[in-house]
Design a protein around this ligand. Structure first.
Ligand code: CP
Length: 296
């Protein structure tokens, strides 16, 4: 593929191929040196993991990595995203990772006949976060060796999460049994197509994967501000009591950053069944596989 903007357009076979490639990078079974390629990471929204793990992936692949700060760029003089990308392409950048608050920002760019650089979506508003989805899939596959018949719950701030939407759709397509839970006020009707709603107490007891979502305070408008931290954890979060009821083999996932004490009891972040830091580590290898697939 020339660009990587959504997982929805990829076949199951292509998704498995990316997961296998990411695992091969993790195990040192493949080694590539793309030293003739120039990469730039344009993050118009805040990020620690996605930004820095793309940079780590690019450096591990031997690429030349350039810095870009929106706050000191000509975006501040009114230059458009399109003209910014064309500028970077003109000076010789061939891989551009973009995170932007505008949903589907990449559609205009990749439909332009003038674009020759590769675009990777590092997150588009409340739309998609395909590199996060891939590292989540990689982490589940690495743990269980399959998606088929796994019971997977996605829990929390569903309507604001760009991770949840693509994950439920793809996990369902790969054969997992998907469940969702969270406050009724933050549900998105589209989840019903791919999974079944259940209360978190019931899901804690039966799932193989409890995938928690961050409460996205920054995207909440006044009507969404309906819980205190403590109320949210008690009603909808993973408390110690709920974790105690989980199956022995079950794992906890969270894309992070984590609101400790809101969607998850703080001690559980580093608990034995938490794969939160494994997800971050896998993110580097998943992103190496993505970069490899767009520039090779
Ligand atoms: N999971 C994730 O996207 O984290 P960042 O916002 O820090 O990149």
């Amino acid at each position: 593929v020339k660009h990587f903007t959504t997982l929805n357009d990829l076949s199951n076979e292509e998704i498995y191929h990316l997961i296998e490639k990411a695992l091969q990078y993790k195990h040192g079974e493949i080694n590539n040196n793309f030293h003739e390629h120039y990469a730039i990471n344009c993050f118009f929204e805040d990020s620690t993991r996605t930004h820095k793990s793309f940079e780590m992936a690019e450096r591990k692949l031997g690429m030349q990595v350039m810095d870009f700060q929106p706050s000191t760029s000509s975006i501040r003089k009114g230059e458009s995203l399109y003209d910014t990308i064309m500028t970077l392409q003109s000076i010789g950048v061939d891989l551009i990772v973009i995170r932007h608050s505008q949903e589907d920002f990449y559609k205009k760019l990749i439909s332009s006949p003038n674009l020759t650089s590769s675009i990777i979506n590092g997150g588009d508003g409340a739309g998609q976060h395909p590199s996060q989805s891939l590292l989540d899939l990689m982490t589940i596959y690495e743990e269980f060796g399959t998606f088929k018949d796994l019971k997977i719950a996605v829990a929390g701030d569903l309507s604001h999460s760009r991770v949840a939407k693509s994950n439920v759709q793809i996990l369902n397509r790969l054969g997992a049994e998907v469940f969702y839970t969270g406050p009724k006020e933050w549900l998105d009707p589209s989840f019903g197509i791919y999974g079944e709603y259940a209360k978190i107490d019931e899901l804690a007891r039966k799932v193989d994967v409890m995938m928690l979502l961050r409460v996205q305070h920054e995207r909440h408008i006044e009507k969404d501000k309906i819980f205190s931290k403590e109320e949210y954890l008690e009603k909808y979060g993973l408390t110690i009591e709920r974790e105690n009821t989980m199956k022995k083999s079950a794992i906890i996932m969270h894309p992070a950053p984590v609101n400790r004490g809101v969607e998850i009891a703080s001690q559980l972040v580093e608990s034995k069944r938490s794969r939160i830091f494994t997800q971050m580590k896998n993110g580097v290898y998943a992103r190496m596989a993505i970069i490899d697939s767009v520039i090779n």
